[in-house]
Design a protein around this ligand. Structure first.
Ligand SMILES: Nc1ncnc2c1ncn2[C@@H]1O[C@H](COP(=O)(O)OP(=O)(O)O)[C@@H](O)[C@H]1O
Ligand SMILES: [Mg+2]
Length: 253
């Protein structure tokens, strides 16, 4: 990293890649709920929808952006121009739906999108990157410049195995070791901590890296209920424990 980029790092907000081994673990919805929580506390938050196969941050918010990342890549817009304010107090950079993910990713790196994002990060406290599940190239593009990658895992054994596979791939193939863990959809605190321990024991023993726990969120029927109400859980059920758990994770990010 150049001296210029290092200087930028001192003044900018935290950049956190939100990843998972397996899809459907709650990346997008937790990212939105945590962003909303931080925005309510007066923090400036930007979500970049990096799940390029399925740009669903805007969909979950019921927004229809006129411009997205694809315009940046096509050269018809600057990254700054596609930032969209939301009524929820945080901003988003909409992703795009499409199949040409790979050339798209190479272009992200080639077109200085990362450099521009590092500059934009000076205007925010947090930048959350909602990235695609799995060990594909998408995670790499983002994990390389994020301050750390927060892996979301659930107690489902395949989710634990897949999260471990991502951490292993990042370390062995790319020497990226700054990963943290968020447990979602646990049945209880005990279940969450037990799930985290399984992952931690494996990363300690087989990869010799420390993967701290950011926090956990339990499986909650109100979570789905909020989606049906087209609201975020932390707004629809602000008085319930589920909102406290999400706030706790957000405050430790
Ligand atoms: N803690 C939770 N309790 C109940 N349902 C949840 C919880 N977290 C996520 N979900 C549900 O799981 C589904 C997948 O969530 P989503 O955020 O789209 O996952 P991802 O972005 O990882 O694919 C959604 O229907 C969401 O409402
Ligand atoms: Mg998602």
């Amino acid at each position: 990293m150049s001296q210029n980029q290092l200087n930028l790092k001192q003044n900018r907000g935290k950049i956190i890649a939100i990843a998972s081994g397996k899809g459907g673990v709650g990346k997008t919805s937790l990212t939105l709920n945590m962003s909303r929580t931080l925005a309510k506390q007066g923090k400036k938050v930007l979500i970049l929808d990096g799940d390029l196969g399925l740009g669903n941050v805007d969909v979950q918010l019921g927004l229809t952006p006129s411009k997205d990342l694809s315009h940046v890549i096509a050269g018809s817009a600057k990254l700054q121009d596609v930032i969209m304010k939301t009524p929820l107090g945080f901003d988003i950079i909409p992703g795009r739906s499409g199949s040409d993910t790979l050339p798209f990713l190479t272009n992200i790196e080639r077109h200085n999108v990362v450099k521009e994002l590092l500059e934009i990060a000076q205007n925010y406290d947090y930048i959350l990157l909602d990235i695609a599940a799995g060990v594909g190239d998408e995670i790499l593009v983002f994990a390389r410049f994020a301050d750390y990658t927060a892996l979301i895992a659930t107690p489902d054994p395949s989710s634990i195995t897949d999260a471990y596979a991502v951490i292993k791939m990042l370390k062995l193939r790319h020497d990226i070791t700054n990963c943290k863990i968020i447990i979602n959809q646990a049945t209880s605190e005990v279940d969450a901590l037990r799930t985290y321990e399984k992952l931690k024991i494996a990363t300690d023993r087989f990869l010799q890296i420390d993967t701290p726990l950011v926090g956990y969120v339990t499986q909650d029927t109100n979570y789905m209920q909020a989606v049906r109400m087209q609201k975020l859980t932390v707004d629809a059920f602000a008085h319930l424990n589920i909102a406290r758990l999400i706030e706790n994770v957000a405050s430790k990010l």
